[in-house]
Ligand binder design. Structure first.
Ligand code: SF4
Ligand code: SF4
Length: 290
């Protein structure tokens, strides 16, 4: 089984358009969206949800008012000031360290799993198994939720002999991105020819270098700025990063996204994107079935 991850270092590069198209081109694959803060891939794949599972990455304290003898120890000693003057826990401030539960003289404090988000599995309209998730606003631990989604996708791939997982990665260089890269076979970086796109590409590739992960590059909407496109290609050559290809700006792709359609399902767009997919398969040394 092989895993492909598409990342960009920033949003808006067209990464999800390409991911959905590659999923469309693949014979037999599992689709994942590791952007647990704002998953967009399901909008294009339109999966029927089969399963919703609560995700909890930590604990939170709660005080049993009937047992509490108002000794004040917990409020005094909680270093996060998460217990108010009436000895009630302030959920957003509680870090779940469990210290108050250990020092309460009458065991009036208990720790509970804190709901941090949910993950979903489903089947896309093209019959691909799909995994994605959503983290609650303000919650941390996005990396753990990504790892959970990945574990479920890998388990499904192993149980059903599905040879490929194609994942849409999160933006940025935070823990969700790091978690999404772990153990994948090929990282495909998608960039656009803008100063900010180039800068974010360099940041994410630095992160990959630190972790010993190699990547390949696709330059999307290259004709919007051919000069920066050349600069990016020079930089990629200097960093031994193969450039799989350039994609021109296309109003057809934009239209297809605005109608929640998979761009690669359109024959004309397919002509433009399919060579990239063939290059990805070559990188993975996978024979394409006719
Ligand atoms: S330590 Fe226990 S008994 Fe004391 S105020 Fe806190 S909850 Fe109440
Ligand atoms: S679990 Fe830790 S952070 Fe939360 S209220 Fe207790 S001592 Fe404070």
């Amino acid at each position: 089984m092989k895993e492909i991850l598409l990342i960009s270092g920033k949003g808006g590069t067209g990464k999800t358009s390409l991911t959905s198209s590659f999923i469309h081109f693949a014979d037999n694959c599992i689709a994942c969206d590791y952007d647990v803060d704002a998953s967009n891939l399901p909008i294009l794949l339109q999966p029927q949800k089969l399963m919703t599972v609560d995700f909890s990455a930590g604990e939170t304290a709660s005080v049993d008012e009937d047992s509490c003898i108002s000794c004040g120890l917990c409020a005094e000693l909680c270093r996060f000031e998460a217990i108010d003057s009436e000895y009630r826990v302030i959920p957003l401030a509680c870090e779940g360290c469990g210290f108050c539960a250990r020092i309460c003289p009458v065991q009036a404090i208990t720790m509970h799993a804190r709901p941090s988000g949910r993950w979903f599995s489903g089947v896309s309209r093209e019959n691909h198994p799909v995994f994605f998730a959503e983290l609650r606003p303000g919650e941390e631990n996005s990396g753990k939720l990504v790892a959970q989604v990945k574990t479920m996708a890998r388990k499904t791939a192993a149980e059903n002999a599905i040879p490929l997982i194609i994942a849409d990665g999160p933006p940025g260089i935070g823990c969700a991105v790091i978690s999404s890269m772990v153990g994948v076979d090929l990282v495909v970086l998608v960039t656009e020819p803008s100063r900010s796109g180039f800068h974010d590409l360099q940041r994410v590739s630095q992160l990959m270098r630190l972790r010993g992960i190699k990547g390949v590059l696709i330059i999307n909407k290259w004709d919007l700025n051919p000069e920066i496109c050349e600069e990016i290609e020079d930089w990629a050559r200097g960093n031994e990063m193969p450039v799989l290809g350039r994609v021109p700006f296309s109003t057809q792709i934009a239209d297809s996204i605005s109608q929640a359609q998979i761009p690669g399902a359109d024959e004309q767009i397919k002509e433009m994107l399919f060579p990239l997919w063939e290059n990805i398969l070559k990188q993975l040394s996978i024979e394409r079935k006719e």
